[in-house]
Write a protein that binds this ligand. Structure first.
Ligand code: 7GP
Length: 830
């Protein structure tokens, strides 16, 4: 409905938005207009930032007609869609993707050149929105890209954090976190709509009231509230005329400040309430798979989920919508447990606000949610103390209790008074404190529960939620993760994309299985040479980026051995480090001549959660080993360890296409899936990896000969655990391992100070929760296989090409098809 309520009389008022002409002249005119009227500067007087902002807005104009058309059609058809609820979206830069979606890259490049501007400089000006920590947030970004490209109706809902994932710097090799002010230079991709703010309440108490019909109803009397202001972002499909919406919420105080107190001169007190409310969307919690018990985090979760569900019911549905039909119209996909508070919220809205009976509301709710789990680490399964939840959301706690009572009654009906089972399955845990197990709530409420790789989904059923699997046959399913080939092949690796298109034609970008057509080219000598040229060019490009960014150099004749991901002990960056130290030790002890060592450059990229001490110690150790190894003349430059700080999506797009070897070395049974592993394979790196997460499926697809498998399998890990794992016995038994660890403890990487890395060393020797030492020997042996394989240039290239050719399965388009088929039942609507 038009907001003015007036009937439009001007002939242009009813026309749909028109796109500017897709020609160089048309673009230049539009761009200069934005520069002049939008930025308020002349071309001569403009800064690079002015030009970038004007360009972004201009490109936006080309998407606008598609966006309004998409919205119009959705309003009209009311087709079933997906509301993706995610606390994180790790989007990466927007400009390149928008240009690709509109097919404007050449026109824009040419037009800017006519203005004396290099498109590359403007691209480099963009600060990526880092509104996620790692895999889970990046996955959400890939999924919404795929859904738009497949013309599936989807709204992404999340939080517009003022500060995203911290900017990592190193001071004397140690991680120091800086705030990420991604909004400081302007945010040209967002559309704020303060007039559509929604009121979100917290705290207070619950009362019983009697309605007109004499029925008793529970009513929440909240104590305080905050506004949720929507910021809309375009999610363009790849050259298909569709633009979906990502709606991120920002917290704004309902009362800006207390004028009376302000005038009395107590400025701090005057804005206290405002600061408190607005903190809700101030900063992304910098963690990944570690527990966090902060009240603010629960506020964030409820804030965005309540705003999103309310927005959907009030704004996206026709006014007379019959809510019993809600499951035919929407599925709320829960990206891990962060949005699970949406379950009692929907119940509250349906029962308390819309007057539905409990059973009817529950029947709707159970069909409207589905839950994706992204972890196997017990400490990463969210729980909220009943005290906190009851204080912040008293009515929701009541609803959760009722859901639990009804659920446990069903369990009793099936299994009798099996008290152990009841206690195991209760949504409410009693120890160590009374708390709500959010994963259980999601499982009970969700129509489906999925893990993110075949092995993960199996372990989820067998180890994490076995009682629920037994209780709900058919509820558990798998959808193996995927990655968008638009960003991670076409945009990140234009040289390889061109080579692929030359060989197999266009079409692979939206149908990635077509890469299979490359298999035969693995046998083509000329193609192999061109493939190597591409890899070498990507290494030179990375070299240029890292030189300018951090002063590092990358040799294009080195094997590029890359481990980029969050720093976590289960991912085992320390195992990679032990390999480096062992190789170094062999050189300096004279066991091998430097000249006989395969020249390798090791690249690390990893942020540690600020409160995760051991992870930060490991970062320090990587940097320390790097400075010693890189400076030691005995190494003759054949080993280089580089660790550029602040690994993010932008850097990933440069690092991954250059890599030869992809390190995916988590302890079997700990990495839910991994998605970096897919990006590397798709870009022609070979994987050295354990039988974990999606590595299992990667190996099955690319073939054993094109993958370096090592280490214990999950059942062996389990068995060793049960037998009693004694890490030091591996240290005692393996001379190479002993020497590597002794070298670290000797102070060789800490200026002779033996105390610096003592915590890392003792952790490995006496605790080693993730069995680094147990897998060390197998890892070293596998790395020797890597060296041998790499010395066969043609054989290596053949394997690399086959990795590309056989990675089509890992497109996030395929993941979305699986979600549609196994979970959502959403027909793609064109
Ligand atoms: C990650 C998993 O660790 C990774 O294996 C997976 O590929 C990714 O999700 C996407 O499914 N998990 C997280 O990023 C995370 O924060 C919290 O998990 C439970």
């Amino acid at each position: 409905p038009a907001s003015t309520g007036l009937v439009a009389t001007h002939p242009l008022a009813l026309a749909t938005v028109n796109s500017p002409p897709a020609s160089v002249d048309g673009f230049v005119r539009e761009f200069l207009r934005e520069l002049n009227f939008g930025q308020g500067v002349s071309l001569q007087g403009s800064t690079v930032n002015d030009q970038y902002l004007a360009l972004a807005r201009t490109v936006r104009h080309y998407l606008m007609a598609r966006w309004s058309e998409t919205l119009r059609r959705q309003r009209e058809t009311q087709a079933k869609g997906v509301a993706y609820l995610s606390a994180e979206y790790l989007l990466g830069r927007q400009l390149g993707n928008a240009l690709l979606a509109t097919d404007l890259t050449d026109i824009v490049g040419e037009g800017l050149a006519q203005c004396g501007i290099d498109l590359a400089d403007l691209r480099a000006q963009e600060v990526e929105p880092g509104l996620g920590n790692g895999g889970l947030g990046r996955l959400a970004a890939c999924f919404i890209d795929s859904l738009a490209t497949m013309s599936v109706p989807c709204i992404g809902y999340g939080i517009r954090y003022e500060y995203g994932i911290f900017r990592q710097t190193f001071v004397e090799g140690r991680q120091v976190e800086q705030p990420d002010s991604w909004l400081a230079l302007g945010a040209p991709w967002e559309f704020p709509h303060p007039e559509n703010a929604r009121l979100i309440s917290f705290g207070g108490s619950v009362e019983t009231t009697t309605d007109e019909a004499g029925v008793e109803r529970r009513r929440w009397i909240p104590a305080w509230d905050v506004n949720a202001v929507p910021y809309n972002y375009m999610v363009p499909g790849y050259q298909n005329g569709r633009v979906n919406t990502l709606r991120l919420w920002r917290a704004q105080a309902t009362d800006a400040f207390d004028l009376k107190i302000f005038n009395s001169g107590d400025y701090e007190e005057a804005v206290r309430a405002q600061t408190f409310a607005e903190n809700i969307s101030k900063v992304l919690y910098p963690e990944d798979s570690t527990p966090q018990g902060k009240e603010l985090r629960l506020q964030q979760q409820y804030f965005f989920v309540a705003a999103s569900i309310g927005d959907f019911l009030d704004q996206q549905l026709p006014e007379d919508f019959d809510l019993t039909k809600l499951p035919e119209r929407i599925i709320f996909q829960l990206n891990d447990t962060h949005p699970v508070i949406g379950v009692p919220e929907l119940m509250r809205v349906l029962v308390d606000e819309r007057g539905l009976e409990w059973d009817a509301a529950w029947a709707i709710t159970q069909k409207c949610f589905a839950y994706t789990c992204h972890t196997l680490l017990p400490e990463a399964l969210e729980v909220w103390s009943v005290d906190l939840l009851g204080k912040l959301l008293p009515r929701h706690l009541e609803i959760i209790y009722r859901i639990n009572d009804d659920f446990l009654a069903e369990v009793r009906e099936r299994f009798g008074d099996d008290e152990l089972r009841i206690r195991r399955m209760s949504i409410i845990a009693e120890h160590p404190e009374r708390s709500v197990r959010m994963a259980y709530l999601a499982t009970v409420a969700g129509s489906k529960v999925n893990g993110v790789a075949a092995l993960h989904s199996q372990l989820l059923r067998d180890k994490v939620l076995p009682d629920f699997d037994e209780f709900y046959p058919g509820k558990f399913t798998n959808v193996t993760n995927g990655i968008t080939p638009r960003r991670f092949l076409r945009l990140a690796n234009p040289a390889l994309s061109e080579l692929i298109t030359d060989a197999i034609g266009v079409g692979w970008l939206t149908d990635l299985e077509r890469l299979r057509g490359l298999e035969s080219y693995a046998e083509d000598e000329e193609f192999r040479e061109r493939f190597r040229d591409v890899k070498a060019a990507n290494k030179r490009r990375l070299d240029a980026v890292l030189r300018e960014r951090d002063g590092f150099t990358v040799h294009d004749d080195h094997l590029l051995d890359v481990m980029v991901k969050r720093l976590h002990e289960y991912k085992r960056q320390s195992l990679k480090l032990l390999h480096i130290v062992t190789t170094y030790d062999r050189i300096i002890s004279g066991e091998v001549a430097a000249a006989d060592v395969t020249p390798r450059t090791f690249i690390f990229g990893a942020k540690a959660a600020p409160g995760y001490k051991m992870a930060k110690e490991i970062i320090h150790l990587i940097n320390a080993v790097g400075s010693v190894v890189n400076a030691d003349p005995r190494v003759e430059d054949r080993l280089k360890v580089i660790f550029p700080p602040n690994y993010n999506v932008t850097l990933a797009e440069k690092v991954i296409p250059a890599a030869d070897l992809s390190e995916q070395i988590s302890l079997a049974g700990k990495e839910a899936s991994g998605t970096g592993n897919m990006k590397f394979a798709l870009n022609g790196a070979l994987t050295i990896g354990t039988d974990d997460g999606a590595n299992v499926e990667i190996r099955e697809l690319v073939g054993n000969d094109n993958f370096f498998l090592f280490g214990m399998l999950e059942p062996q890990v389990e068995e060793l655990q049960t037998r009693g794992y004694v890490p030091s016995s591996f240290y005692e038994a393996d001379a190479g391992l002993r020497r590597a660890i002794d070298l670290i403890s000797s102070g060789a990487f800490s200026g002779g100070d033996r105390s610096v890395f003592e915590p890392v060393v003792s952790n490995l020797l006496y605790e080693d929760r993730f069995m680094v030492l147990a897998d060390y020997a197998a890892y070293i042996e596998a790395q020797a296989r890597v060296d041998a394989a790499y010395s066969d240039v043609e054989g290596w290239t053949r394997s690399a090409i086959l990795n590309v050719a056989r990675s089509g399965f890992f497109s996030s388009d395929r993941s979305m098809r699986d979600y549609i088929e196994r979970i959502w039942g959403t027909p793609p609507s064109i």
